[in-house]
Design a protein. Structure first.
Lengths: 255, 255
DNA sequence: GGCCCGCATTGACCTGAATCAGGTTTCCCG
DNA sequence: CGGGAAACCTGATTCAGGTCAATGCGGGCC
C-alpha cells in the first residue's frame, strides 16, 4: 500500500529534501535470458549439464509476491518461467523507482552479484513461476569454467548498456515506442507474437520506468493509435506498424 | 573538427533518423581510483606488490590525444596520474555523447572488460600523464586472487550506479550542482582543495555530459553565482556554500 | 444490483529548458 | 598587430511535457 505518488517533486515546489541514498543510485535491471547466460560463451555440454542440474523449480508466485528485497543476501538467481516481474527501488522519501520488467525466459538477480546482496526489490506483476539457480553452485562452476565468469560480466555490461539507454534525452514518443519494441522483440525471442502484447504492468509503472508522467504515456498511446501505429485496448496492445515504430524508437531497442 | 553541434534534433523537427547503433547504448564511464581497486577488497600485501609490478609508466599525453578509441582491443587499463580525460561516444549521426570525466588517480578502460574491446573513446582534455596496467597480467592475477575479480565487478557495479544517477529526471540546477559536488569530492579524495576547482572541460562538454544545453549550464552557473553559492571566473570555480549545493545536488553525489 | 476504488483517458494550463539570436571575451595564428 | 574562430554569456521566444482537474470505465465486494 506504499508508493502511490511516485512523481518527483521539483526543486522549486515544496521539495522534501531526501538525504543521499547510495542504494538509490544502484538501479539495476536484469533482463537476460538463461540461454544467453550459457550458450554463447561456449560452455561445453558437460558444463551445461552441470548447470542444469543446479536448477530447482519453485512453486507458483502470486501477484504482489516478492522474490527478494533490497538488502537480502544473494541466495539464488531466478529464471522467469511464466508471468511478469518488475524490479524497483524505494527511495528515501518513499517514492518508487521502477528499474525494469522481467519477462518469461529472463534472469533476475544479477544486480546482486556484488556485494552478494540484492540492490533492488523484485515483485511479481501477475501470477508467475520461476526456477531457482543457487548462486553458490553457480559460483563454484564459474571458478572452473572461465566462460561463465565472462558471461556474467557480459550480462552486467549489457545491463549497463540498457541503463544508459534510459539516460539519454529522448522524447516521450521515442521512449514509449522503444519500450513497446523492446517488449515486442523480447516476446518474439521467446517464441511469442511480436505484434500482440499484453502489458502486465500499469500505465503508472510504464511511466515511472520511462521517467514520464502517466498522463504523457496515455497521450502518446492515443497519438500512436490515431496515427495507426498501434491499437490499444486497456492492456492489450497491437503493434500495427513496426517499421514506423522502429523509426521513432530505435534508440531504445537493445537486443 | 568533428562533432560541433551535439544537440539532439527533436522528433518533430527535421529529424535525421539515425539507425540503431548498439555501441551508442554501451555508454560507460570509468571513474574509480586505483587504490579502490586494490585496497578495499583485502588484497594481501604480496598480491598488491605483484599488482604494482605490472604498472608501467607512459610518456606525456598531449591535449587531444586519445588513449583508445571504440573497437580497440583492451590492452591495458589506464590510471590517470595528472590531467583530465573525458570518455565519449560518437553516435551514428556524428553527434558526440560525453560519458564521463576522469580525474587524476582514477582508472580508465573498465568499459572494455567485456568483450575486451573498448566501447568508447578516451581523450585527454589537457596535457596529462598515465600509468598502464597490462590487462593480461591483471587477468592472470585475477584468476589467482578472487578479490580482484570482485573488485572489478564492484567497479563495474559502481559504473552502473553512476550511469543511473544521470538517468533520473533531475532539474538543470540539480544536475549542475551534483556535477560540481562530484568533482569536488573526487578532488578532495585525491588530496586537493574541495572548494576550488579548475574545470578542464568546456561548458559544452559539461552540458553534453549532463544532457543540457550549453546555454542552460551557463545560466545555472550565473544563477548560482548570484545566489552566492559559487564564484565563477571562466574555468575557475570556487564553491562558496557546499551545504546549499548539497541540498540542491545531493542526488548526483556518488562516493 | 449498486457502491466504491483504482486505473485510464482527456483537456486546460503552466513551466523549465531548448532554441534562436544576438553580444563579449579570449586565444590562436598568420 | 589584427582577423577570425571558439568559448562563454544573456535575453526573447517556443515547445514538450508536467501538473491540475474532471470524467469514464471496469472489477471487487457488501
Amino acid at each position: 500500500m506504499l508508493f502511490f505518488e511516485a512523481r518527483r517533486t521539483r526543486l522549486s515546489g515544496t521539495a522534501t529534501p531526501s538525504p543521499l541514498n547510495l542504494y538509490q543510485l544502484r538501479r539495476t535491471c536484469s533482463t537476460c535470458s538463461l540461454s544467453e547466460l550459457c550458450l554463447p560463451m561456449g560452455l561445453e555440454s558437460g558444463d551445461m549439464q552441470r548447470l542444469e542440474e543446479l536448477v530447482a523449480l519453485r512453486g507458483p508466485v502470486n501477484e504482489g509476491d516478492h522474490l527478494f528485497r533490497v538488502g537480502d543476501p544473494l541466495r539464488v538467481l531466478y529464471a522467469v518461467r511464466g508471468g511478469f516481474f518488475k524490479s524497483y527501488l524505494v527511495e528515501a522519501n518513499g517514492r518508487e523507482q521502477v528499474l525494469g520488467f522481467h519477462l518469461p525466459g529472463e534472469l533476475i538477480g544479477l544486480d546482486a552479484i556484488w556485494p552478494e546482496q540484492h540492490q533492488c526489490n523484485a515483485v511479481a506483476l501477475n501470477t508467475a513461476s520461476v526456477c531457482e539457480l543457487p548462486y553458490a553452485g553457480l559460483s563454484d562452476l564459474g571458478r572452473q569454467v572461465p566462460g561463465l565468469q565472462h558471461s556474467m560480466l557480459r550480462l552486467l555490461s549489457k545491463e549497463l548498456a540498457l541503463s544508459h539507454s534510459l539516460a539519454g534525452d529522448y522524447s516521450a514518443e521515442e521512449r514509449v515506442a522503444g519500450f513497446l519494441l523492446s517488449l515486442s522483440s523480447r516476446m518474439k525471442a521467446r517464441g511469442h507474437s511480436e505484434t500482440h502484447l499484453t502489458l502486465a504492468m500499469s500505465r503508472r509503472d510504464i511511466a515511472n520506468y520511462l521517467r514520464l508522467a502517466t498522463e504523457t504515456v496515455s497521450r502518446v498511446f492515443s497519438r500512436f493509435e490515431q496515427d495507426g501505429l498501434v491499437s490499444v485496448d486497456r492492456r492489450e496492445v497491437m503493434l500495427r506498424d513496426l517499421e514506423k515504430l522502429g523509426q521513432i524508437g530505435r534508440c531504445f531497442t537493445v537486443g
